[in-house]
Design a protein around this ligand. Structure first.
Ligand code: PEP
Length: 253
């Protein structure tokens, strides 16, 4: 039985004081909730304020991106060790917005996963197809390539540190959600891929989150599916009441 995992991706929202305020509201509602793992991923500049604010709660801290090199002449970038140093535990890697707006490739995703694990961070690796790719019925081909290249030469032990998020690009921030059925089909495809390429045991343990317009009203349908283990939530994670409801509803599946 995999414990539900609800992660909030705040994207480029919330300055430090707003982050502290949002966390304190969330803490009042779910600060000691044990039936799901809870994560927030604020922007870099609000990580320290959020880190301070989540103290004495079950809420964990994540970042939204990182560079694969440990240090050096990479202006504007942040390394895994820098995140670890300020108490970050998780890091989102390969979000579709990074792939789309910053041309991130599967090869870079692969380097980032390895660097995160070496620095003792837990990666949440995003995969998912565009609307055009789904309309051409290429969604499995696309996700398979993202997995094959993104997880190249990773070990079983590495996989134990990883969470995968399936986020169909056409469902992110659009209000369109994949149906529970559509999402579960892809989630089971993803789990099968890990069974074949890693092991049954590793694949059974792996948590695969769904992301794309998750709301308090659709989380129950999604989490009820066998292969959906939680959600990566964008917009709704900025609303403390909605995020709270998503967290509470995720353990009812
Ligand atoms: C996301 O940013 O990962 C996401 C799923 O966004 P939203 O929930 O707003 O669609």
């Amino acid at each position: 039985m995999r414990k539900p995992f609800i992660a909030g991706n705040w994207k480029m929202n919330k300055i430090a004081t707003e982050a502290a305020d949002l966390v304190s509201k969330l803490k009042e509602n779910v600060g000691s909730f044990k039936d799901a793992d809870i994560l927030i991923c604020p922007p870099y500049t609000s990580l320290l304020a959020a880190q301070e604010a989540i103290k004495d709660s079950v809420i964990e801290l994540g970042a939204q991106n990182m560079h694969w090199e440990a240090n050096g002449a990479f202006t504007g970038e942040v390394s895994a060790a820098m995140l670890k140093d300020i108490g970050v535990k998780f890091v989102i890697i390969g979000h579709s917005e990074r792939r789309k707006y910053f041309s991130e490739t599967n090869q870079q995703v692969n380097k980032k996963i390895k660097a995160a694990i070496s620095a003792d961070l837990l990666p949440i690796v995003c995969v998912g197809e565009s609307l055009e790719q789904r309309e051409q019925q290429k969604e499995k081909e696309v996700v398979e390539k993202q997995l094959r290249e993104g997880f190249d030469s990773l070990s079983q032990a590495d996989l134990e540190k990883v969470t995968v998020a399936y986020e169909p690009v056409w469902a992110i921030g659009t209000g369109k959600t994949a149906t529970g059925e559509q999402a579960d089909q892809m989630h089971s495809f993803i789990r099968e891929w890990f069974k074949k390429n890693f092991s049954d045991q590793a694949a059974e343990k792996l948590r695969v989150l769904y992301g794309g317009s998750v709301k308090p009203t659709n989380i129950k349908e999604l989490i009820a599916k066998e292969n959906i283990d939680g959600a990566l939530v964008g917009g709704a994670s900025l609303k403390p009441l909605d995020f709270t409801e998503i967290i509470k509803n995720s353990s009812l599946g």
